[in-house]
Design a protein around this ligand. Structure first.
Ligand SMILES: NC(=O)c1ccc[n+]([C@@H]2O[C@H](COP(=O)([O-])OP(=O)(O)OC[C@H]3O[C@@H](n4cnc5c(N)ncnc54)[C@H](OP(=O)(O)O)[C@@H]3O)[C@@H](O)[C@H]2O)c1
Length: 427
């Protein structure tokens, strides 16, 4: 995947980090430096026994009870050589937790994402609870977007995986594990694209105020933000953030990410145009999305139709398809000296850059490397699932367990999967 990276002016970058200082921030006061990872022990007074116990202590007991159920070895999928098929390896060690925020999940379903993207989804049952102060308990059924693909302990292609408490979302009873495994990565990409790249505050659900993720980013000490995503975190000014009533175009509007992008944007009051293959997806999407659908077949014509509908002040676009469609979308946005439009590319960005357009990549690392951000994103999802606020992707289950994944990925490579997610249940 070729992705262009936006960099801050070197003078600015120099002000954030001092290489000799191991990434310590200098000369910058970026809002309140809120400590993250802080663990609060909650005191629970047990009146029956007249004793005080801590919540953490309680968790430890149930943790010991569940430890016996976790085997030492498991089956996993392993890629022995690049461009080869995965092999099932038995008797591979079950990964172990390394810090109090981590938990062990027995995976029950694996959700397959596009092959150009490394993150995979899984859902399953918690068999070892975290020792932090989260409310995740043994026996909870959770989903986890496995975005931290560099840490193999957290990989999805295995029977048991490690997850961080701030990266999981409990599934309400009305959501199956297969459905739960179908949505995480696309949802996280959507919230970060809208919430950080464009600075849109997530909408409220009932009493839960939607998180302002950009504000959370700004309150995080700079040294805790992964260095390569810092430019993305400062790419939009406050005065450029979208307001209710603004238009946004999502090109590649039939994708799973577009499903979440469009719903969140609409709930936040934006007016949404989806560009997609109307012959293939029009009926399904037009019926349920409440968005304006434009056919993607002729991109120049699509551009003109979009301008005809949204007018000349169109400043927000997100592409989920690739660099050619992202280039068409950039040309559709307002290009004006001084006023800036914003284009986010989930799949890729074009090489050619237009004046007046800011090009954004999704800063996925914020989700698994900054706990407050992961937690806020998962808390919003949990409420959305409980209240059935979001339409979820259509799911096709694929048989065969871990051994069935190669064939499922082949189907995706040859373009046989469209408008739905493949999920592989594990017994
Ligand atoms: N940056 C990130 O953080 C991040 C995170 C997740 C995903 N991604 C990437 O974002 C992309 C979308 O992921 P996803 O999971 O949402 O995909 P998906 O659910 O598998 O859907 C892909 C969709 O894109 C549509 N499409 C392809 N080419 C198109 C074109 N020229 N014009 C209009 N639509 C087109 C396809 O439509 P048809 O069915 O009509 O072919 C398909 O429905 C992938 O490249 C993925 O790797 C990035």
């Amino acid at each position: 995947m070729s992705v262009a990276v936006q960099r801050p002016p070197s003078s600015l970058a120099g002000a954030f980090y001092d290489d000799e200082d191991g990434g310590v921030i200098k000369n910058v006061d970026w809002g309140t430096a809120t400590p993250i990872n802080s663990i609060h022990e909650v005191e629970i007074v047990d009146h029956d026994f007249g004793t005080a116990i801590t919540k953490r202590g309680t968790k430890r007991k149930s943790l010991q009870a569940a430890a016996e159920e976790i085997p030492k070895h498991q089956s996993i999928l392993q890629l022995r050589e690049l461009r080869q098929r995965f092999a099932v390896v038995e008797s591979h060690p079950v990964p172990e937790i390394r810090n109090p925020e981590e938990l062990v999940v027995k995976i029950q379903a694996i959700g397959l994402n596009p092959v150009d993207w490394k993150s995979v989804d899984f859902a399953g049952v918690v068999v070892k609870a975290p020792e932090d102060n989260s409310d995740v308990e043994i026996g909870d059924i959770i989903l986890c977007p496995s975005t931290d693909y560099r840490d193999l302990r957290k990989a999805a292609y295995q029977q048991y995986a490690i997850a961080s408490s701030f990266n999981v979302c409990k599934l309400p009873k009305h959501i199956s594990t297969s459905q739960g495994a179908s949505l995480g990565v696309a949802y996280v990409a959507a919230t970060l694209a809208l919430g950080v790249c464009l600075g849109l505050q997530l909408p409220s659900i009932g009493d839960l105020e939607g998180p302002d993720i950009l504000e959370l980013v700004r309150r995080t000490p700079l040294g805790r933000i992964p260095r390569d995503v810092v430019p993305e975190c400062i790419a939009i000014d406050d005065k450029e953030r979208p307001s209710s009533g603004d238009w946004i175009v999502i090109w590649g509007g039939s994708s799973t990410s577009a499903l979440f992008l469009s719903q969140i944007a609409r709930l936040a009051g934006l007016k949404v145009i989806l560009v997609l293959d109307c012959a293939k997806h029009g009926n399904r999407v037009q019926d349920t999305s409440g968005c304006i659908c434009i056919d993607s077949h002729d991109s120049e014509r699509a551009s003109r139709v979009i301008r005809g509908i949204a007018g000349d002040d169109l400043r927000y676009g997100i592409d989920t398809a690739g660099k050619d469609t992202a280039a068409s979308l950039a040309k559709t946005l307002k290009q004006e000296k001084g006023g800036r439009s914003h284009l986010v590319g989930l799949a890729a960005l074009p090489k050619e850059r237009l004046d007046g357009v800011v090009y954004h990549n999704v800063p996925v690392k914020l989700f698994h490397e900054v706990p407050d951000i992961g937690r806020a994103i998962m808390a919003w999802l949990e409420q959305a699932l409980i209240s059935q606020t979001l339409e979820l992707p259509r799911v096709d289950e694929v048989a065969g367990g871990l051994g069935g994944i190669n064939a499922a990925l082949d189907q995706m490579r040859v373009g046989k999967v469209s408008g739905r997610r493949l999920v592989v249940p594990l017994s």
